[in-house]
Design a protein around this ligand. Sequence first.
Ligand SMILES: Cc1ncc(COP(=O)(O)O)c(C=O)c1O
Length: 492
Amino acid sequence: MESNLILNKRNKNYAKECIDNIVEMGLDFKLQDNFRKRHVSESMIKEIYEMPENETRLEDIITLVKEQVLPYCSNFGTENFMGFPDAGNSIGGISGAVLSDFLQQNLINSSFCAPIATYMEIAVIRWLREIVGYKNIDVNNIWDVGGVITYGGTGSNSIAMLLARENHKENTMVNGVMTPEDYKVIIPKGIGHYSIKSSLMWIGCGDNVIEVPTIDYKYDLKELKKTLIENKGKIMCVVAYVGDSRSMTIDNLTEIYKIVKAVDNNIWLHADACHGFSLGFSEKLKSKISGIELFDSISTDPHKVLAVPYTVSALLLKNPNSLKKVTTTSDLIMKEDYAFGQVTPFIGSKSWMSLKVWFAFKNIGRKGIGEIIERRCQMAQYLKKNLENRKEYIVLNDVDINSVMFMYVGDKKNITMTLDKINIINKEIKKRMDEEGIYFLHQFSINDDNGKISKDAILYPLRYMSGNDNISEETIDKMLRYIDEIIKKLQD
Ligand SMILES: Cc1ncc(COP(=O)(O)O)c(C=O)c1O
């Protein structure tokens, strides 16, 4: 009997039918309203782990997944998902993602693995460089490109730390880290993303971050200067956030640059702009990130903010040549001018992740993306104003981009609840939301660094952050009415 397991010219129609069903299922999934329908139970997990010994028809697997897997999946594409911006719902982005899996180009090497993909990936990197204000130079080899595509912000931040390490003490790649305490990195206290600290441990620099206090979720510049002076010679890098993971605050980029360079010109300046680079698309908003172009490296995460599916990130370098410091050469497949594999530490075979960014960019255009980012920021401002006009909510952050951290406090003019009670009730609101699975807002602990409720207390706010262009004022009003209902039930 003809096998339908491996694609060949005779079973093309069968494959198409199956894949059409998958596409239909994926679209329906993304377009459903609820964030999640069901919760995975303990008893299901055992079954999930069972090894399939024999063949199952693909049609049966598709039916099984539709009925027994999808209801348990989280849908980041619904407007009701207001926890992260990663909607992944641009039609161009999804098309590019699907196609890249078909094409199976391997960006480790250009000549035989990815002949045109390499140049299109270079194009994407050059477009992103332009967006953040870096200059592009003529490209004659991979070291002129000024960036690399990675699997996520964590990967981009890790390569940035590797570059900072080499810049601090040349040949650490060869000699190893002898005295980790001499490879310190400064991050802002309480708002840094864990990927910096973790990557430093991964690359042998140990747990040597120094956390500098913040004001309004930005570096306290006096404290930053003091820390730089006290640790002179031992600081390899200062990391600034252009939209931190919690409050999406943009730091004082130009000021940080001046302070750091005045103390030690050799310190590597890294901007984690996984979110904030998106403002560079908008003529109206790009001044908010001015100064970013002064930094030595910039992490960007198109999969978070450009409505493209997971995963894709780009690390951009002010000086393209700096990637020479972490180059890997092997004549196995990489020794050629345009082999990206030479400059992508931690990564071997690499799929054409940038194709979905290329599709979305080409499809929407720079201007169109800028308009999407503007609408996204407007929606956050709308929510912020709405909350500020209501007596029962306090907004904790200045809304720079698209994050609104807020807490229910009863009556903000006369708070009678204890801090513990405020945290408990806000955690309870979140718990109820998660149980019902209709809406999703994020929650985490954060220091009340501007004293909106109680200076330096640990708070558990509800956090709105969306990147879904379908969100409207009505969607936000509905979500607030939903929270009001929960609060009412909690008080009954
Ligand atoms: C500011 C920031 N940097 C880095 C990362 C890590 O990115 P990824 O999840 O793509 O690895 C995140 C993720 O949320 C982030 O918010």
